[in-house]
Design a protein around this ligand. Structure first.
Ligand SMILES: *Cc1c(COP(=O)(O)O)cnc(C)c1O
Length: 489
């Protein structure tokens, strides 16, 4: 079939418009009625098989393709739009964010470079991010897929800062660089060390204190020991909100040590950095504004739809010194579309880049930073009330402090301990998932399996955390053959 004169555009725009409006109404309903669905349900094998069919050579048309989306995909999505979703650290998305994806899709802008408004939108978002964190407004930065890649960019900039731009030509040449992070650091930091060619062994894990924060005397001792043995400390990573319990390293003290030692301080604030928008929480992050670089996500606590991460680098020039390179086909002009000196492609690994800035920009403009801050505060208040109920239930045990929005606990049963208790709690969590009731996740704390409820989604209420806890108690009792205590829940 020869293509029509206007390429892939609809032959009948009115017909397309009717379909598009139906898609829009369906998805508005999807968000409006989020709590009427199961949180999650497993995908039936026969439907999964339909997603393993070969490349379609003849198109079936947009309406038929959309029908398959509705049937095969929508009911079996992750579930993080649902207020019962409390696993890992997932944002809930918003109606405005959803529309932003549509608007960005229509413009189909490439934000690798050149001179156009979408790049100015990204720059404004980055200045807002700097303002949020107390960074200088001329800090450089980039929106990226997530904190994993933002952290990797931070590690690379720190490496180039330590060894000078010549390292880009020569490679490490055995430079004995070492970095530091607390044992509670997110797994993407060790992975960044691997991917940057620095090697996992060059990341020295610092023990944590009783609150899950980096033990600072141990950090200072590790740096001194490494120097004595001829190694070159170049980077310390502090975390604002650890992934397991939400602990916040003493960022001001880390900044002071880094300054004294002349090493780069990178802060991983994946979700915790957003606490800067909540006045009562901001103090916990004191020192983040002194970091040399900071990575965080808009797709977690800021509720921007996936994916939207951010890297900010304090020292103008350090990021470009790590990534910028010249290519004839990317030549910069003084006027026209190819104008501009520094393009986003000079600040990170990607050349072609989508307009993910738009959904951040529209979210911040539509709701305002204070409203996002109120969501962050409410998540923490909910977590405190959940923790109080965990403590009040004799069958439950809290397993970690609750500095922010994460509550780690477990069901306990007389006569069960060690591996049996771990297994019981693992089964309880899987039961809740399969019932579609709630979706907490698990972690391991001090060798014990914990049920972990991370309250991130802006739709979560006390009714949702109570339903989750009631579910844990009910499944715990069912699995251990216990009755509910008289007069109890
Ligand atoms: C989620 C998270 C990451 C990874 O971020 P992605 O956006 O998933 O790549 C890194 N560090 C911490 C502390 C996190 O919570």
């Amino acid at each position: 079939m020869p293509p029509p004169a206007d390429g892939l555009d609809p032959a009948d725009w009115a017909e397309f418009s009717a379909l598009a409006h139906r898609m829009l109404d369906d998805m508005i309903g999807y968000l409006r009625d989020a709590r009427d669905r199961p949180v999650w349900q497993p995908m039936p094998a026969e439907l999964r098989a339909e997603l393993r069919t070969p490349l379609p050579h003849a198109g079936e048309g947009a309406a038929a393709a959309y029908a398959d989306f509705t049937r095969l995909v929508v009911p079996y999505a992750t579930g993080n739009t649902h207020p019962g979703f409390m696993g890992w650290v997932h944002g809930g998305g918003t109606a405005v964010g959803m529309m932003a994806e549509l608007l960005a899709g229509a413009l189909n802008a490439n934000l690798g470079g050149r001179d156009h408004a979408p790049i100015e939108v990204e720059r404004q978002v980055l200045r807002w991010a700097a303002e949020m964190l107390g960074f200088p407004l001329d800090a450089s930065g980039l929106l990226v897929t997530g904190t994993s890649i933002a952290n990797m960019i931070g590690v690379l900039v720190a490496r180039t800062h330590a060894l000078g731009p010549a390292v880009r030509r020569t490679g490490l040449q055995g430079a004995p660089l070492v970095a530091y992070a607390a044992g509670s650091v997110h797994g993407c930091i060790p992975r960044a060390m691997e991917m940057c060619g620095l090697g996992l062994d060059a990341l020295h894990m610092v023990p944590t204190d009783a609150e899950g924060r980096m033990a600072l005397p141990a950090l200072a001792a590790a740096i001194a020991a490494d120097r004595a043995e001829g190694r070159a400390p170049f980077l310390v990573v502090g975390t604002a909100g650890t992934v397991d319990i939400g602990a916040i390293d003493d960022l001001a003290a880390i900044a002071a040590i880094a300054r004294r030692e002349g090493i780069w301080f990178h802060a991983d604030g994946a979700f915790g950095a957003l606490a800067m928008l909540a006045p009562a929480l901001r103090g916990k992050l004191a020192g983040i504004e002194q970091a040399d670089s900071v990575a965080f996500d808009f797709h977690k606590w800021a509720q921007v739809p996936y994916d939207a991460g951010c890297i900010l680098v304090r020292h103008a020039g350090a990021q470009a010194a790590t990534f910028a390179s010249e290519a004839a086909y990317l030549r910069r002009e003084t006027r026209g579309l190819a104008a501009g000196t520094l393009w986003p492609c000079d600040l990170g690994p990607d050349l072609s880049r989508g307009f993910r800035a738009l959904k951040v920009w529209l979210t911040l403009k539509a709701y305002g930073a204070d409203r996002i801050g109120a969501v962050v505060q409410e998540s923490c208040d909910l977590a405190n009330r959940l923790a109080a109920r965990v403590e009040a239930e004799p069958e439950l045990e809290r397993l970690a402090p609750v500095p922010l929005n994460i509550v780690c606990f477990r069901y306990r049963a007389p006569g069960l301990d060690g591996a049996a208790l771990d297994e019981l709690n693992r089964e309880i969590v899987a039961d809740l998932h399969e019932m579609g009731l709630a979706a907490p996740s698990t972690t391991v704390l001090g060798g014990r399996l914990a049920i972990r409820a991370a309250l991130v989604n802006h739709r979560i209420t006390d009714a949702d955390t109570n339903a989750m806890l009631d579910g844990v108690l009910a499944r715990g009792r069912a699995r251990t053959g216990r009755n509910a205590p008289a007069g109890g829940a």
